[in-house]
Design a protein around this ligand. Structure first.
Ligand SMILES: Cc1cc2nc3c(=O)[nH]c(=O)nc-3n(C[C@H](O)[C@H](O)[C@H](O)COP(=O)(O)OP(=O)(O)OC[C@H]3O[C@@H](n4cnc5c(N)ncnc54)[C@H](O)[C@@H]3O)c2cc1C
Length: 511
């Protein structure tokens, strides 16, 4: 039997769990990392953002993990870790499609939105090929001498007096009062028992603690209602080629529109495309479940093809494409744990909940959650307070992102509204980046500008307004123009980069 005693047991070795293990070790506690699978393995959730990069850099610098710093920029990543596959991400590209019709570029770019996120390739963000990146992180864990058990099936996760971690090193400053945990299971058939003072659930959709502690999955307040079907592909044409063939002027684009999180949006859903440096492409349809419920009787391959048949220009992009792995297909993506932290446990953000990949917020949110949980573990006697604050702020962040994402779904087919409404995301993200860069960011502020009551109010008001316009079927272009002006006014305090400028014709260069 394998027996391990630790201060902090981390369940799940995605990049989130592995990074958490590295940081726990850096703050002088003894971590153990437990993973049900083994690396390298496929994982979805690949497009990083400036906020993610800045957060990862802050963690690497503040906790002396210099080997992680090169991952925070495309140029340094490519030079330092050429074998860890990544893709170039210069910004966020959106193109609006009508079912049954080819994409027709407009001279004024009315059916496009491009928002640059970096000045050049060297300083750009990245798409993370998660098989490689997560493997890299777990190798760092092993190199740090941290106990790591992969291929481990947890059968019982218990907390209580009998589960106290007798041989743990003990937390500094008031962290030893908890009852302790005993995690037992099997690793390749051999029994394993881990005792720890604190558990961090990094199992993502595995939701280990939610299940063990009987915590409800409460999506009653969540408005976004989507499902997805996705795979990785070879042979996907560059959208820029299809776009130019259709008469589009890519010279007006502030960056190569394929070197981006490329979104094809349409009434009732959207598609993501993320291109890696070896021309592998991650692509997935994300669909409004109310409009397009999952039909289990239709094989995923058939469903994939049926969506391509609806959108001729996207079909042209995929005409020679082949999936390199079976399709993954989900029913409702949204989940939200009713409790996120306890006296001696915490969930990482992707374990606590998930909304939708629109605007690529997951990696940044995960990193920001890790930053807050580690700060709480370091906080000694105010740990409980810090954990409670993390729970509260994460709930606010989920609520704000839900309004932003659901609001965008509402106006996918009123693209002129979407190009305005989406500015709340970009203004929030840019403001958070600026606060990090000029030293105003506090760890407790968390993700986006959700800590800021005025920002939350502005998003909430605009969300209600956009739903109203769409529901009233008000097709007047004057209402879109009024809405756009309202958005511009309400984000003034968060708009350091010239968003909402009609003269830019939806083409936003990096500022
Ligand atoms: C369809 C989709 C698309 C997304 N796209 C993006 C995007 O473009 N950009 C972005 O920023 N974010 C995106 N996300 C979110 C992103 O995937 C998450 O933020 C990220 O994966 C969080 O990393 P993690 O390590 O916390 O969790 P995960 O990546 O979910 O890792 C969890 C780990 O726990 C392990 N595990 C599960 N159960 C158990 C168990 N019982 N015992 C032990 N181990 C267990 C799993 O094997 C896995 O290794 C997307 C998410 C989805 C669902």
């Amino acid at each position: 039997m394998i027996t391990v005693q630790a201060d902090v047991a981390i369940i799940g070795a995605g990049f989130g769990g592995s990074l958490t293990a590295l940081l726990v070790e850096r703050i002088g506690l003894k971590p153990v990392l437990i993973e049900q699978g083994s690396h390298p393995r496929f994982a979805i959730g690949e497009s990083s953002t400036p906020l993610a990069d800045l957060t990862l850099r802050a963690l690497a610098e503040n906790y002396d993990l210099p080997r992680l710093v090169p991952l925070t920029r495309y140029g340094s990543w490519r030079r330092t870790y050429p074998d860890v596959m990544r893709g170039l991400k210069r910004g966020f590209s959106y193109f609006h499609h009508q079912a049954g019709e080819p994409f027709v570029p407009c001279a004024d770019h009315a059916n496009e939105l491009l928002v640059a996120a970096s000045p050049d390739d060297e300083h750009a963000d990245t798409h993370w090929l998660r098989a490689d990146v997560d493997h890299f992180f777990v190798r760092e864990v092993q190199a740090a001498g941290i106990d790591y058990f992969d291929r481990t099936t947890l059968e019982d996760v218990a907390t209580g007096a009998g589960a106290r971690a007798a041989g743990s090193t003990g937390f500094a400053g008031g962290l030893t009062r908890s009852a302790g945990w005993r995690l037992s299971g099997r690793r390749d058939g051999e029994a394993i028992e881990v005792t720890a003072e604190f558990v961090i659930d990094a199992s993502g959709a595995g939701r280990v603690l939610e299940r063990c502690l009987g915590i409800a999955n409460d999506v009653s307040d969540i408005k976004t209602n989507s499902r997805t079907i996705y795979s990785h592909f070879r042979g996907v044409r560059r959208w820029q080629d299809v776009y130019e063939q259709a008469g589009g002027r890519s010279a007006d684009h502030p960056y190569d529109c394929d070197a981006a999180a490329l979104h094809h949006v349409f009434d009732g859903g959207w598609m993501w495309l993320l291109r890696f440096d070896d021309d592998l492409v991650s692509a997935g349809w994300v669909l409004d479940r109310a409009r397009f419920p999952l039909d289990e009787s239709m094989p995923p391959e058939r469903e994939w093809a049926s969506w391509l048949e609806r959108f001729p220009s996207i079909a042209a992009q995929f005409e020679r494409a082949e999936p390199v792995r079976p399709f993954d297909r989900t029913d409702r993506l949204q989940r939200c744990a009713a409790q996120i932290v306890g006296e001696n446990w915490a969930m990482l953000p992707h374990t606590a909940g998930f909304l939708d990949p629109l605007h690529s917020s997951g990696i940044a949110l995960t990193l920001s959650g890790i930053e807050r949980i580690i700060a709480a573990l370091e906080a000694g006697s105010s740990r409980a307070e810090r954990l409670a604050a993390y729970q509260e702020s994460l709930r606010r962040e989920i609520a704000v992102m839900d309004q932003i994402i659901h609001g965008c779904y509402q106006c996918f087919d009123r693209f002129e509204l979407m190009t305005s409404f989406a500015m709340y995301y970009f203004a929030g993200a840019h403001s958070s980046e600026h606060r990090r860069l000029d030293g105003r960011h506090q760890v407790a502020d968390g993700f986006l500008m959700a800590h800021d009551a005025l920002y939350r109010e502005a998003v909430g008001t605009a969300y209600e307004k956009v739903c109203q316009i769409v529901q009233s079927r008000d097709l007047l272009s004057s209402s879109a123009a009024d809405f756009s002006r309202d958005v511009a006014e309400s984000i003034v305090a968060y708009n350091q980069v010239g968003l909402c400028d009609p003269d830019k014709c939806n083409m936003y260069p990096y500022v």
